[in-house]
Design a protein around this ligand. Structure first.
Ligand SMILES: [Zn+2]
Length: 258
């Protein structure tokens, strides 16, 4: 994701190759320093290493925008637990197929890294990518069942808020994550599927689909007046469009058949 971000950033602003590489090195160095730096929180959960960078909390607080301290704490707790659960969906699937993953919670959200060096099969890639959102949906269904069983709680605004936040993050973000936009889970799944059915054109088609979908979401962000959505999906869409252009078959290759 770090690499994807620096790539997306430099591609979005069409920097020349040299600056592009320098920027990549600089961004990676800064991110690595932050990764190791003070304030990063390390722990092991079910045998998997988890690292929480200080910037993770800042992004969450920024995304929540709560002015009531108790409401802000509920939002932070919901995001932390739900994002960790999502990543552990990926962790479970990776361990199932014999990989050794680790989880990093950074300014860009959650990321599960694997020690795998070779390409995954289509089925494995789908399993790994979809396990994250699936974990969130299962958790949301459990919360919904508990809420139904507990009955009405109209007089408890913070319980209502907790319920709303849990649904918003686990179902709402889960659905957004399933959009066919690279490098979201949906984008990785679509790429795996399209490459499976058409090894030559699959990657290009997935990038085109990713660019178009991201552009549509960015336009929706304009109508919702959400600068966060416009910037995030604008950058992701630009990166996919740039990558799509790079994979354009050359004329030379087409003429070789004559
Ligand atoms: Zn995911």
């Amino acid at each position: 994701m770090e690499q994807a971000f620096s790539q997306a950033f430099s591609q979005a602003f069409s920097l020349p190759d040299f600056n592009h590489r320098m920027l990549g090195v600089a961004v990676t160095a800064v991110l690595d320093a932050l990764d190791q730096g003070p304030g990063a929180w390390h722990f092991r959960l079910f045998g998997t290493e988890v690292r929480v960078q200080p910037w993770f909390w800042l992004t969450i607080i920024f995304a929540g925008g709560r002015d009531d301290a108790r409401a802000a704490l509920i939002w932070i707790a919901v995001c932390f637990v739900s994002i960790l659960l999502h990543e552990f969906g990926h962790v479970g699937a990776m361990r199932l197929v014999g990989e050794r993953p680790e989880v990093v919670l950074s300014a860009y959200g959650g990321l599960t890294r694997s020690n795998r060096l070779t390409m995954r099969s289509t089925a494995t890639q789908l399993l790994v990518s979809l396990a994250g959102p699936a974990a969130g949906f299962c958790f949301a269904a459990l919360i919904l069942a508990v809420d139904r069983a507990a009955g009405a709680h109209a007089g408890a605004p913070y319980i209502n808020l907790l319920f709303h936040d849990l649904m918003y993050v686990n179902v709402g973000w889960g659905l957004v994550n399933l959009l066919p936009i690279y490098p979201l889970d949906g984008g990785q799944s679509t790429r795996a599927l399209l490459e499976h059915y058409n090894p030559q054109q699959g990657k290009r088609r997935s990038l085109l689909l990713s660019a178009i979908t991201a552009a549509v979401v960015a336009v929706v962000g304009v109508f919702l007046s959400s600068i966060f959505v416009v910037i995030l999906f604008g950058v992701l869409g630009a990166a996919s469009a740039q990558e799509f252009e790079k994979l354009r078959p050359t004329l030379k290759r087409d003429y070789r058949h004559f």
